[in-house]
Design a protein around this ligand. Sequence first.
Ligand code: AVJ
Ligand code: FE
Length: 447
Amino acid sequence: AEGDSPEALRTRVAGLLAAARARSTALTDAVDEADLVAQHSPLMSPLVWDLAHIGSQEELWLVRDVGGREPLRPEIDGLYDAFQHSRASRVTLPLLTPPEARTYVAEVRDKALDALHRSPLSGRRLERDGFAFGMIVQHEQQHDETMLATHQLRTGAPVLHAPAPPPGRTPSAREVYVPAGPFEMGTSVEPWALDNERPAHAVHVDAFWIDTAPVTNGAYAEFVDAGGYDDPRWWSAAGWRHRLDAGLSAPQFWERDGSGTWYRRRFGVLAPVVPDEPVVHVCFHEADAYARWAGRRLPTEAEWEKAARHDPATGRSRRYPWGDEEPTERHANLGQRHLQPAPVGAYPAGVSALGVHQLVGDVWEWLSSGFEAYPGYETFPYPEYSEVFFGGDYRMLRGGSFGTDPSAVRATFRNWDHPVRRQIFAGFRCARDAGPRDDRPLGDRPL
Ligand code: AVJ
Ligand code: FE
């Protein structure tokens, strides 16, 4: 944490790099070579591309920049540049084979650890507080979540297994009231926060109600069974067009048996849909349509972050909903410990100061906001992380999922994707406007 000596910081960074690599290894050792080079979906890279891309990014920042070393394999840079080749086309490139990719990432890692031991972890901004190392830990973990989504899309016998999450306990109130007022959004002090999370700035938010927990499978199935996918009233114009073009009729991976019971396929296993788990694998348009059907709307990004971080007792913003301490398994369903969302109410220790559950972990949450720079934003260290995406056709996602590592999600962490994407581990919760004096006790509100 902050105030670490350089030696303590080195030890912590080395542990995080090793943990990220253990996950990348587990995800890529779980399948055979044919599976590693296959295109499981045009939306995804072959797993072996992600693996070598992880190494390529690490080489660029830790070996060449921080370490000041010569390129290991300059001829492969272009293959692993995400901007040169679409995900759909990567399978056709002369990629490193799985054994070559494994050797490459191991060689890069050796040199990156050498750079870690030589860097003062202070001085220029890239090295200060170990930022470059933190950025690369997050990058590997982000691709590990992407690889987990590729695993979800692959067919064949199940290869990933994990224990079930803790049991749920339905929260006593369905919604939480958040009074009007300013809060501090973003951060200027979190050492490994990425450029788009900066700087901290005050934002006024009108009073609103927000769901205590993410929308569940049970609630979402009511929308499906009520004909929600067949009624354009609930859909935006773009959403309805997409609903027709893509033939959407239920969340991705859901199917019905002859008796009408819903099943879902998860990492190769078909099982009944569990009503009190957060719904996952819906796109922004589906979330938006559900919210309209329910007489509600999606939260804005500022509303989500206020619900997650604002402590009304002190007026300050927390690092995480539960406080400033790093996530543990008591706080949130993160880190691919459980390969599914936990039922609502499963993390009472993770509740925010305002009383909102499961903001971090379980499922990414779609929001109504697009991706924009905060006032005072500065690109650092490269424009292709955030800057080139500002103002594009994206919707924000917050909070991380069961597939997100704690190192790659904070209550300030910002994620975004196209509004039609649903192979990611995304669900949502709803909100609605409230009057400034609309704060009757929880439970008295009409649902
Ligand atoms: C921030 C999650 C949208 O995975 O596309 C990985 C992160 N950027 N490599 C993504 C990222 C470059 C990015 N997201
Ligand atoms: Fe990347």
